[in-house]
Design a protein around this ligand. Structure first.
Ligand SMILES: [Zn+2]
Ligand SMILES: [Zn+2]
Length: 402
């Protein structure tokens, strides 16, 4: 059986999150907040799905670049593995630094910094756009001459390390603080304290920050999140708010030169007053109320279900037909959007739910093309639709339009 074992990253990282949660409870450290954690996990679900669709394609891009444009003919030896690790970490440093100081790139990276929590779930906040952007930066590696199979293996290890730097429960780590990016260094990076802004961009090694003058040690309590907090857990808003702000700022800028300057300028060049205008248009007037116990349960169950679908989609990806993969991908994307809408108590969540049910039914019919399966799934769909109709009236009564 040909399984895609990358899927195991999903339960493995969930296990570490659960362990951190239990340890935080034991130590009486309130580092987890339900809304934040659910929103973080849902961003991560979309990224893992997108990674499944993009990482394979990038392997072929690396192969093509290496075959036609490689500068050197590098063979795998101990020395070249070390060299590849160093170059990868250096490329990451600049990819990350550009992600903070260039508006166009910040519109993708901003999502990683929206959470006001700092725990392992925050490491999942990597956007769909970032997985594409990251691939473009990694293209330097085959151009230098590193073989694609070396790059792919190293990126797997390199990509796993930053998960462990997203925690408040590990203090300073002695001499390792001089060499590695530790949780302490990364706490600084995620903080909005003025002294901590645009610091500690490194991924595995902290030496690049020391070399390029962006290092800051953790010497005061960090305040996590953006300097202008988002106050929303909507998946769509989190992904597109800065992109829309940038579009409006560019539209308002006089002349082509000013527009280009804005696209490649720093985030503080975008007028901060644009956000409230967009919020009035797209966000609730009143803040969401505390969710009722059934809504809370529904959101948690939905997130767990989406995680399970993601896990099986990745695990059996080699066996899925393009149509099955397409249905599963659309289902997962609609699920994370619906969860964000429920967290924000939006009214338009029910049409999404109906489409999701329809997709589930469609997947069953495509996978098992049998008239009895078709009959059973259609009947189940009708029962569920009736059930959703009763839920809808209760939901609208509890969470009226603002
Ligand atoms: Zn960052
Ligand atoms: Zn981070």
């Amino acid at each position: 059986m040909h399984l895609n074992f990358i899927a195991l990253a999903v339960p493995l990282f969930l296990l570490f999150m659960a362990l951190e949660y239990r340890y935080a409870l034991k130590k009486n450290r309130p580092v987890f907040h339900w809304r934040e954690s659910i929103a973080n996990l849902n961003v991560g679900i979309a990224e893992r799905l997108c990674d499944l669709l993009t990482s394979g394609s990038f392997f072929f891009v690396f192969l093509w670049l290496h075959r036609h444009y490689a500068w050197l003919d590098i063979q795998p030896t101990v020395l070249t593995w070390i060299l590849l690790f160093l170059v990868t970490d250096l490329v990451w440093y600049w990819y990350h630094r550009f992600g903070h100081v260039v508006n166009l790139f910040w519109s993708a990276h901003v999502v990683h910094h929206q959470s006001e929590d700092f725990n392992y779930t925050v490491s999942a906040r990597i956007t769909v756009f970032q997985s594409v952007l990251r691939g473009l930066f990694w293209s330097v590696l085959p151009l230098i001459g590193f073989p694609p199979h070396m790059i792919t293996l190293l990126l797997l290890i390199h990509g796993a390390y930053p998960f462990f730097t997203h925690t408040q429960l590990i203090g300073k780590l002695g001499w390792l603080e001089y060499v590695l990016v530790t949780p302490s260094h990364h706490r600084v990076h995620h903080s909005s304290n003025p002294e901590y802004l645009d610091k500690n961009y490194g991924d595995v090694l902290i030496i690049w920050d020391k070399l390029f003058g962006t290092f800051k040690a953790e010497d005061q309590t960090p305040v996590y999140g953006l300097t202008q907090p988002l106050n929303s857990h909507s998946f769509l808003w989190q992904h597109f708010h800065f992109f829309m702000e940038l579009c409006i700022a560019v539209k308002r800028a006089p002349g082509l030169l000013h527009k280009i300057k804005l696209l490649f300028g720093k985030p503080d060049t975008v007028d901060a007053s644009i956000r409230p205008v967009l919020e009035r248009k797209f966000q609730r007037k009143k803040k969401p109320t505390a969710p009722s116990a059934p809504l809370l349960k529904a959101i948690s169950v939905q997130t767990a279900f989406t995680l399970a679908i993601l896990f099986f989609t990745i695990l059996f990806s080699y066996y899925l037909q393009p149509l099955q993969l397409l249905i599963a991908a659309v289902f997962i994307f609609l699920s994370v959007i619906a969860t964000g809408a429920m967290l924000e108590q939006k009214q338009w969540v029910f049409p999404l739910e109906y489409i999701r049910l329809l997709l589930l039914c469609l997947f069953l019919c495509v996978t098992v093309p049998n008239k009895y399966v078709w009959l059973c799934s259609t009947s189940l769909l009708l029962v569920l639709l009736l059930y959703y109709q009763s839920l809808k009236s209760r939901y609208y009564a509890l969470y009226p339009a603002s």
